[in-house]
Design a protein around this ligand. Structure first.
Ligand code: MN
Length: 269
């Protein structure tokens, strides 16, 4: 065994023992898939996203005496879910742009967590602007290339109507400004952008130029999205590793998934 292989071996052995002895904790960033969990609602002239549905096939009964199982169905974009570049028109011709074609190493990577919870508590339309990002970097260092940036808003603590926050003029929820998402994508070269809300864009994102700038800019640059994340308040600003592996749906534009974060114990106390 050469030195490089030996170090690789030790890295994995060290990770396994750190997870076993609690030095590294595993945090679930996922909401439970449930028929009541809100899904995005588009204006009525457009097609709509389906909620999660589950039907019983058998439950240790005449339909199957020794087993219980269900059929389920939902939209690719229901619950805690992954957005692939093919989801948006700006990414439709990019290589490896669907969930089945994205190289698997892209699904595991470091995360920077920008805490916008105070701003989002004050203002339902709070914007992640370049100023907010640069203030975070003044405290924690420049966002490195190829990491997930997660926008913490504590929106995941809302439920029912308060989650979509639909008003007469449409939904109101926080998100990045066009300049904010362009900074992350074009100058920081992030891997993807994750949020606690139902979309990577703000509720009022259709009024920006371009409309829905997070979707347009992320997916047009082969970056990914994560939506309806949970428990972002349990993550450190830097140092967590996110595992986000969507279902391998042929030509899939996204997928519900279980999102996990590995977190150093010193940050979870
Ligand atoms: Mn989506």
């Amino acid at each position: 065994m050469n030195v490089t292989n030996s170090q690789d071996h030790h890295a994995l052995t060290n990770l396994a023992s750190a997870m076993a002895n609690g030095e590294v904790a595993t945090v679930d960033l996922t909401h439970t898939l449930d028929p009541d969990f809100p899904v995005i609602i588009l204006p009525p002239e457009f097609g709509q996203c389906a909620r999660f549905r589950m039907e019983e096939i058998s439950a240790y009964d005449h339909r199957g005496p020794a087993w219980k199982w269900h059929n389920f169905s939902c939209c690719e974009h229901t619950g805690t879910h992954f957005d692939a570049p093919i989801h948006w028109i700006s990414g439709r011709d990019l290589p490896n742009n669907s969930v089945d074609e994205i190289p698997v190493e892209r699904f595991i990577g470091p995360a920077c967590v920008i805490d916008c919870s105070e701003g989002a508590a004050r203002d339902d339309d709070f914007e992640l602007t370049p100023e907010v990002i640069e203030a975070w970097e003044a405290d924690y260092g420049r966002i490195p290339p190829d990491c997930w940036v997660l926008m913490r808003t504590d929106w995941s603590k809302r439920s029912g109507a308060a989650y979509l926050n639909m008003c007469d003029d449409g939904p109101h929820s926080p998100g990045p400004s066009p300049e904010g998402i362009r900074l992350l994508v074009e100058q920081r070269d992030i891997r993807g952008f994750g949020v606690e809300t139902v979309g990577t864009d703000a509720g009022q994102g259709q009024h920006y130029t371009p409309p829905f700038p997070a979707h347009y800019t992320l997916h047009g640059n082969n970056k990914y999205g994560l939506q309806c994340l949970n428990n972002l308040d349990l993550l450190p600003p830097v140092g967590a590793v996110v595992i986000a592996t969507p279902l391998k749906i042929k030509n899939g534009t996204g997928s519900p998934l279980r999102v996990l974060a590995l977190v150093p114990r010193s940050h979870t106390v």
